[in-house]
Design a protein around this ligand. Structure first.
Ligand SMILES: C[S@@+](CC[C@H](N)C(=O)[O-])C[C@H]1O[C@@H](n2cnc3c(N)ncnc32)[C@H](O)[C@@H]1O
Length: 310
């Protein structure tokens, strides 16, 4: 099976983020992020309970993190469909499959989570998805598609980062500034400008933005409405040591693919004076910070009712 086209640009925001902006092109920081995402992926695969001879569909497969770890776990009898809206990432993952000698176990589909049209009804034993639903406009539609393509008895396993608190923090900052007057604290107003460039910061924008317009608990309701049974939901909050304390990494890192990195925000939305003031105050905070890295991830597993065929 082949990706439906090879003619679009070499890169897009999804590939750029996974390959550059997620870790600011810093190899050491990149390794720390990679180790973290591998832990999430392993947990997703634990929830999928894969076995010999099964078929897995990984939706929003990115560079193949979950798919290739699944193949490593189960071996040559596992068939995996990697579905993604990003053609550059599908090409990247396909090249990676070739290098790893597992190309024949993989099918690459260029499609969105809300329309998995190339996948037949009841055709896969497990559906996994990690850090994808946050970007999907209609999460209930995606959950119904996962249900449709699963065989009876098939398992769904999801992990999603939870961003809502970030938007609420940006909103709280706006409220504080509205109350006290931005001119009284120029720095706070600049910090707010930076946050608001990465996360919606008004009730109206929050209610429209797929990244933050739902609560992680809504995933349970979406799974129930789609028809799933045996639904299990866990919300993990890990308060960890800061992953990096470098100004350069701070400038180059964006928290999610739709967010510009601070370097671009400072260049495009700050005057040189504002950028200088911001760096003067914030750089020591970043470099000496003991502020923890707070990791919020929602995990959900569910089963499509019915008897699995032998
Ligand atoms: C944060 S990355 C996660 C990639 C991968 N699942 C992982 O665990 O590393 C988000 C991925 O979702 C894909 N994506 C975004 N919106 C999508 C949609 N509506 N349907 C399917 N994939 C989507 C992106 O192209 C990207 O590969």
């Amino acid at each position: 099976m082949v990706i439906d086209h090879y003619h679009d640009p070499q890169s897009d925001l999804w590939l750029d983020w996974l390959q550059h902006h997620r870790h600011a092109d810093d190899p050491e920081f990149g390794q720390a992020i990679q180790a973290m995402t591998e832990r999430y992926a392993d947990r997703v695969l634990d929830g999928a309970r894969l076995g010999t001879g099964m078929t897995l569909a990984d939706i929003g497969s990115g560079d193949g993190l979950v798919a290739f770890r699944a193949i490593r776990r189960i071996g040559p009898s596992l068939n995996v469909t990697l579905a993604d809206i990003s053609a550059p990432l599908l090409r990247f993952a396909e090249a990676s499959a070739v290098r790893q000698g597992v190309r024949q176990q993989c099918t690459f589909l260029h499609c969105g989570a809300e329309k998995l049209a190339p996948l037949a009804d009841a055709s896969v034993d497990a559906v996994t998805t990690r850090a994808v639903l946050a970007y999907v406009a209609s999460k209930p539609t995606a959950l119904r598609e996962f249900f449709r393509v699963l065989k009876p008895g098939g398992r769904l396993s999801i992990a999603e980062p939870v961003w809502r608190e970030e938007a609420l923090a940006a909103k709280a900052l706006r409220t504080a500034l509205d109350e006290h007057g931005a001119e009284r604290d120029r720095f706070m107003s600049l910090l707010h400008r930076l946050k608001a460039a990465q996360f919606p910061d008004t009730d109206e924008e929050i209610s429209k933005h797929p990244l933050v317009n739902y609560s992680e608990r809504d995933l349970v309701g979406f799974a129930m409405q789609a028809g799933f049974a045996d639904i299990h939901f866990e919300f993990h909050i890990d308060v960890l040591p800061p992953l990096a304390r470098s100004w350069d990494i701070f400038l180059g890192c964006s928290p999610h693919p739709w967010a510009p990195p601070p370097r671009a925000i400072l260049a495009e939305r700050f005057t040189p004076d504002e950028a200088q003031l911001f760096e003067q105050i914030f750089r020591p905070i970043i470099e000496n910070s003991h502020t923890p890295n707070i990791d919020r991830v929602a995990y959900l597993t569910a089963v499509k009712p019915g008897q699995a065929q032998p």
